[in-house]
Design a protein around this ligand. Sequence first.
Ligand SMILES: *[C@@H]1O[C@H](CO)[C@@H](O)[C@H](O)[C@H]1NC(C)=O
Ligand SMILES: *[C@@H]1O[C@H](CO)[C@@H](O)[C@H](O)[C@H]1NC(C)=O
Ligand SMILES: *[C@@H]1O[C@H](CO)[C@@H](O)[C@H](O)[C@H]1NC(C)=O
Ligand SMILES: *[C@@H]1O[C@H](CO)[C@@H](O)[C@H](O)[C@H]1NC(C)=O
Ligand SMILES: *[C@@H]1O[C@H](CO)[C@@H](O)[C@H](O)[C@H]1NC(C)=O
Ligand SMILES: *[C@@H]1O[C@H](CO)[C@@H](O)[C@H](O)[C@H]1NC(C)=O
Length: 452
Amino acid sequence: MVNPCFVLNLATFLTSLGTDNNLVGFDPRGVRNSGPNLSCFPNGELGTSRFYHDIDAPIDYSDEKSYARAFERAAAFGDFCTKAHSAPNDTAKYANTVATVNDMRHYTELLAESKGQEPGKSKLWYYGLSYGTVLGTTFASLFPSRVLSPNFFPVGRIAVDGVVDAEDYYQGKWIANVAESDESFRYFFQVCYAAGEGGNCSFWADSPAAIEARFEAIVNDIEIRPIPVAIDTPAIVTASDLKAYSLQIPYSPLESFPTFADMLVELEQRNGTSLAYLLQIGRRFHDDCEAAMPEWYEDVEPRQFIACIDANDRYNLSTFDAWVQHTDTVVNMTRYFGEAWAPATSINCRKLNIKAPTSQVFEGYPSASKTSNPLFFLSTILDPVTPLRSAEKMTKRFGGASLLIQNSVGHTTIVSASECTSGYLRNYFDDGSLPEYGTHCEADQVPFGIRK
Ligand SMILES: *[C@@H]1O[C@H](CO)[C@@H](O)[C@H](O)[C@H]1NC(C)=O
Ligand SMILES: *[C@@H]1O[C@H](CO)[C@@H](O)[C@H](O)[C@H]1NC(C)=O
Ligand SMILES: *[C@@H]1O[C@H](CO)[C@@H](O)[C@H](O)[C@H]1NC(C)=O
Ligand SMILES: *[C@@H]1O[C@H](CO)[C@@H](O)[C@H](O)[C@H]1NC(C)=O
Ligand SMILES: *[C@@H]1O[C@H](CO)[C@@H](O)[C@H](O)[C@H]1NC(C)=O
Ligand SMILES: *[C@@H]1O[C@H](CO)[C@@H](O)[C@H](O)[C@H]1NC(C)=O
């Protein structure tokens, strides 16, 4: 079983598992094709709404008024969406991690039954990415015998990749995520420089610091004077747009760095066309033009809802002071991501009053001390949203679990193929064997086509 993910590189993944497995991908409750429908715009007005361009809009660290705007925007989001999901349309509360984990267990039982096996002894075989690591570790924590039992055959497996600090997650903080964001982003400056003059990085300069300065100059320029664009409608691209977009860049360096470099060259010449296209700024959104809607719009509500319901009001950002302090903490951890990350995460829970039934509230943090067939954790060496230290922390909470570190930058190992990592994954799914804790693997490629 695999949770789908915006970064899912299925080809790489299939190769890594070999041909002996049937893959079952699923949308967790409330996501895309799985009900309940979490949209606050149940009649499909989502596409016409400018709301999702605004709700996650980065704040400006130097402008205190922007803190207030983000704070009140989150209130509007909470009030509006709470109302949209009140009776009779009040099934959103069932979309949460514990419920999805029960769905996963139920699935394994039905599958066992269909094969004439005892449902109560069914096992989960699972590969989870990013948020899917919360599902995997929660499952192992609630049903350890369904993953990890020496007594029954077949024994389940759980491999999790791009590991969320599930304690921070269930506390509703979303702070642990950004511990390595800046370093991950700076990898762009390093590897762009390493591509060499006249090489594959169009934004090259004669040191990583010079490239960084060139990037800063663009941000400063647009901060003072946005760039006009004329695509379907007149519009401007702002520094805030560039910051929001930059957040995505180190998720998948192999894929994003070359385009990012080209886009920066354009922006430097005050040409905002590519950035506008990438963010769908100045595009027309209407019913017969759904394709023009950025794909991530569909995920904004589910991501926010599931996280808020799971957090169950544990993190209190109800006062402006608490919000300012939270933002300072995040921005101090990451100057490149903080202004975009803070307004897109915990603050949006502050007025979203949707409560899971008590039986679906997860208390504490995922862990399981006694496991005979252990979990497999995977992390890159620098990950912009699920840092290595989170993987280290979570691995230690599961008895006998092991951690593999892939020497690449990006979110999850699968964004950079690695023969070495694939080999260990195959072994794990074949016979449960694990590499030693802290084993490193090289990626097969680095960005801009430079071979190691
Ligand atoms: C469900 O939500 C989507 C937006 O994600 C919306 O377009 C669609 O119309 C909704 N469907 C129903 C049946 O409410
Ligand atoms: C409930 O949702 C439906 C669409 O699924 C919508 O047409 C209706 O207006 C909603 N009811 C309320 C009271 O919001
Ligand atoms: C701006 O960039 C776009 C996209 O790369 C390109 O098609 C266009 O010609 C550029 N405009 C100018 C004035 O250079
Ligand atoms: C959050 O904090 C505010 C102000 O300190 C307090 O009034 C409120 O009851 C708290 N809410 C929760 C859910 O703890
Ligand atoms: C963030 O850094 C600034 C400047 O270094 C400092 O004044 C502030 O106290 C820090 N805030 C937090 C919450 O750490
Ligand atoms: C540039 O990238 C291509 C593949 O995209 C690669 O074949 C080539 O060797 C790279 N050039 C340099 C100088 O690294």
